[in-house]
Ligand binder design. Structure first.
Ligand code: G3I
Length: 461
């Protein structure tokens, strides 16, 4: 069980090999105070300034419970000590918990091609014009990366080439040769800027259609299938020491899982890249799970996930869960905690038995800030609740990491040899929803569809 001094970061540091325990981060909660932070400010003095309880610093009153920069504060990248950006000298709770729990971060949104190029220098806001192609603004990402490094966290770059967040309108005006040149320029500009600070990169993201064929995206249409290989070769040229990763979704269960077509397409793609001596070093499995999912959206068993990691490891690649979260709102209330804890525990414990597996990045860490609420529905997919309290899911994840501690039991008691237990009950039988005929029909998806799986899922929950 968890004790008050334990943390995911500490458990990872005690593992018998290096394990990344990371989280996706956003600049707003990292650099702005939130209502929960204001609640920690206890004394408002007569002159209307506020006294912070522990540090006794006097600051200006905080209006509407949030403070934004840089109207009040100097540009982040000119500051050597990130503590200076916090006017109370006290980190927002989001930042405090991040540092306590994680040894790695990944940038959730702002390091993608369009967000880097579509904004004016300075903070991103709704009125920023979107015609700034070619001009890079590293303002937010610099701040987040420097913050992470100052707190001894590694940073993963996400993501260089992904059709969904590329400036497609501009790229559409280019011919094949020009597009390839823009792709090269983008990779060199971005990796070059962060060289020495970011050592691992998701080079290509979600190049596969939900049916496992190559997504018919702008890069495929104009450059052809070789765009993937080219992106990796450019990335290797830009930083020969960087770890280069291919990242995709709904590929975790392998041929034994709920979506064998996609999982097989993923494996074949990795296999062909390795065969062609493309500089690729790792495979990211996103792991956006839905405990109530059926058909292709079912959560794969730990056994199926282990098999998939094993065969990718045999290609000579490292494997990690790159965007893990576990939706539960489609289950009855009384089963949600049970399912979430079991999924975080069993799948990670099983993955950690594979030598190729090198860690987990959660897609956020508190239910206060999760993409799921914007893209799907209200849910609580992460390991800390909206008040940053540890959930059952947190205990599941912590216990899984501890299987690699000195006193841990490798595998954590999870069935690693079969999808069913000795009484022939499927893994997760206490909460799993059975398929009906309609669920099977959801599996018919057009060849090469460029819309990501998670878009299909949100339209067909
Ligand atoms: O930054 C603006 C902010 O200024 C504004 O107030 C706010 C209002 O909606 O929008 C903010 O930007 C949003 C950004 O997330 C940060 O929250 C963008 O509109 C929104 O499109 C963006 O969505 C991200 C999406 O990728 C596209 O980049 C999600 O956060 C992020 O979770 C999602 O992540 C993807 C992975 O990269 C790839 N795998 C699937 C995963 C989930 O979709």
């Amino acid at each position: 069980m968890s004790d008050s001094n334990s943390s995911l970061r500490k458990a990872a540091s005690l593992c018998c090999k290096k394990i990344h325990i990371g989280a996706a981060i956003l600049p707003k909660p990292l650099f702005e105070y939130d209502t929960i932070d204001v609640a920690n400010i206890d004394v408002v003095k007569d002159d209307n300034s506020i006294r912070i309880d522990d540090n006794q610093h006097t600051i200006e009153p905080i209006k509407n419970a949030t403070v934004s920069y840089p109207s009040q504060y100097p540009p982040l990248h000119s500051i050597s000590d990130t503590n200076e950006i916090y006017p109370t000298k006290k980190l927002p709770m989001y930042a405090q918990v991040l540092i306590r729990e994680f040894n790695s971060v990944v940038i959730e949104h702002h390091l993608k091609w369009s967000p880097l190029c579509h904004t004016l220098p300075g903070p991103i806001n709704a009125s920023s014009p979107s015609d700034r192609i070619g001009r890079y603004d590293f303002y937010h990402v610099d701040a987040m990366v420097d913050f992470a490094l100052q707190h001894d966290m590694e940073v993963k770059g996400h993501t260089l080439i992904w059709h969904v967040t590329s400036p497609v309108e501009f790229l559409n005006t280019l011919d094949a040769k020009q597009l390839e040149e823009e792709m090269r320029r983008h990779i060199f500009t971005t990796m070059g800027h962060f060289r020495g600070r970011i050592h691992m990169w998701d080079v290509v993201n979600e190049a596969l259609a939900p049916d496992g064929s190559l997504a018919n995206n702008i890069f495929l249409r104009k450059i052809g299938p070789c765009y993937i290989e080219k992106a990796f070769r450019y990335a290797h040229e830009a930083d020969p020491s960087a770890i280069l990763i291919y990242n995709d979704n709904k590929v975790e269960g392998g041929v034994d899982g709920p979506n064998p077509q996609k999982a097989e397409g993923y494996y074949k793609l990795l296999q062909s890249l390795v065969k062609n001596k493309v500089p690729i070093h790792a495979a990211g499995m996103q792991s956006h799970f839905n405990a109530g999912g059926v058909g292709v959206n079912r959560v794969p068993s730990p056994f199926a996930v282990k098999q998939q990691i094993h065969r990718i490891g045999n290609l000579g690649l490292k494997v990690h869960f790159s965007e893990m979260d576990v939706r539960v709102s489609q289950l009855p209330l009384n089963l949600q905690n049970l399912a979430q804890r079991q999924i975080y525990h069993d799948i990670i414990a099983a993955a950690l038995t594979e030598p190729a597996f090198d860690g987990v990045w959660l897609w956020g860490f508190t239910d206060r800030h999760t993409w799921v609420k914007n893209f799907y529905y209200d849910d609580s997919p992460l390991v800390l609740d909206e008040m940053y309290q540890k959930k059952e899911a947190y205990i599941g994840l912590l216990d899984a990491l501890r299987t690699l501690n000195v006193s841990g039991i490798v595998g954590g008691g999870v069935n690693l040899n079969s999808d069913v237990d000795s009484e022939n009950r499927p893994w997760g039988y206490k909460w799993i929803t059975n398929d009906c005929e309609a669920d099977k029909s959801q599996q018919t998806i057009a060849f090469g569809d460029e819309r990501p799986d998670w878009v299909h899922e949100s339209q067909n929950p």
